[in-house]
Structure formats: C-alpha cells, structure tokens
Design a protein around this ligand. Sequence first.
Ligand SMILES: [Zn+2]
Length: 311
Amino acid sequence: MIDWKQLLDDLGVPCFTSGKNVAPGCINIKCPFCDDHSNHFGFNIEKGTTHCWRCPGGPAYKAVSLAAGIPVNTARDLIKKYTTSSVDGYAIRTNRLVAGGKEITLPGGPLQEVHRKYLEKRGFDPDELIFHHGITGTGFADRWQGIDFRYRIIIPIYDINGNLCTFQGRDYTGKQELRYKCCPVDKAIVHHKHLLYGAELARNRKRIVVVEGVFDQWRMGPGSVATFGTSLTREQVNLLLNWEEILFLFDPEPEAQARARSYATDLQACGRYVELCEADFGNDKNGNPIDPGDLTPDEARNVMLELGMCK
Ligand SMILES: [Zn+2]
C-alpha cells in the first residue's frame, strides 16, 4: 500500500481523494501525460497501479516526477519510502523524511510591487506577513542552489523556537505547474512535515487552532498552526502536545474529518483537551468550498473568537 496522498501533499502536487473522475481506493491528479484539466490520472492506493481515463498514461514514478518536477530517480526513491506493508504506516513514517541540510539562506529578496499586489488581492497585508513570517519574493531570474524558484512568494518555515528550518515557494502567477514548491529534503534542516507552521508564534499559548495550509494560518493569525495537509506525521502529532487545548479546523470532507478524529484520539490519550470543528464556510461563486484562508479578516476574527481564541 502506498500513501500517495501524503507523498503528493509533501511534494505540493494538488491531489484528490474524491470527486469527479476519482475511483474508490484511488488518489487522482491532473494527468501529467495528456492535456487533462480534470484529475483523470489515478494512483491505486492498495495496488500501486496507475491509469488515466483519457490517455494511455504511464508508470507511477514518471507521473510523480512530471507532476512534482523532480528527477525520475528521486520519484522512484520517494515512492519506496511512502510504501508500507500494512494499513498502519505510522512506525515507518517516522524515519521517512530525513532532512540533510545544515544551514539555510532563503531565495529571493524584499517584496516587490508584484508580490504585494498578489497578497493584497487575496486580502493579506504584506507588511504584516513580513513582520510575523519573514516572507520574501522572487522574480524572473531567481534560482536557488541551481533550483528554479522563480515568480514565487518565499515562505520561511521555523521550528517552535523560531529557528529557520526550511521554506516553501508559492507561485503568484497562477501559471506554474507547482503552486507550492518545497525546499528539497536534502537541503532542508528539518522537513516541513516535521514542523507546524506558525508554532513559534503560538508557543506561549494554552490553546491553538490547527489548520491545513499556510494561507489558512495567515488568515487565522497567531494562535493557529498549519500542518501542510490533513495527513499529519508522528512528529507533528508530538509537536501538538506542546499545547493543552487543541482545536482542529479541517475541511468538512469526510476524509479530513476522519483523520482529525484519529489524531484527536491520540492527543486525548496523552491528556490533551481536543475539539474537532468542521471548517464549513460554504462555497464561493464558482462552487468551490471556501477555506479559512479565503475568509475576510473580519470573518476570520469572528471564527477565532467563536473558537475561544483572542487575537
Ligand atoms: Zn492522461
């Protein structure tokens, strides 16, 4: 059995466990082998096989390589690492993401007009994000240690003590294949799936709100932490034990809620108070579910107040 969801989440490839074109027991992505726009390419979780409903498709390692923009060999190694012999991959997960970097300098520089406009359009205050999170921006020429990080907002990721450990680059053009591009595992000091985004801003609190993504964290503000996807590593569950009261604010989709429930059980067993909340904020005008990150600052403030958090 292969944890495609986690692998694709970790690589920043948008993937779907339900919805249009997704067969039961499969994780689907936009097919990297044809001009697909609607998640026709499926990975079978149990068998490890792949298929595209539109074209002959190709092998899994090639699909991962193309979709994530990583070398074929790296894709092959990663798939092995995310393969488990049983349903409970917990023990194996622990050693999976070994970071190899020693020191990190971020790509990019001070935010330019184009970065500020992008953030403002999404309802964020660029100066606040610089102040709290130290974000930078890249332009048309930015390579980082030979890797293409052009046209991105660079999001540094810290550990709970505020040490810079790794980063992600968020595309601001809407045109790049990868929306989020991660610092490669061998160059990160700690892999981001071993960290909670925003932890360093919440460490003196008693109660935290757990959200999925960086934009959700930005919107909900200090006191929230993001897990980079609804699938948590053992390290992330352990990190959550730093707080006494833990509120999960995940998507209302059944799979996300089921995951939250299983982590809640673990955390409760360690004596923590846990609440599960469905982040059901309705749909936008295109019918897509609204994330915490899509709320207006006022709406987010109200949600945080309702959850017993003061900003
Ligand atoms: Zn295809």
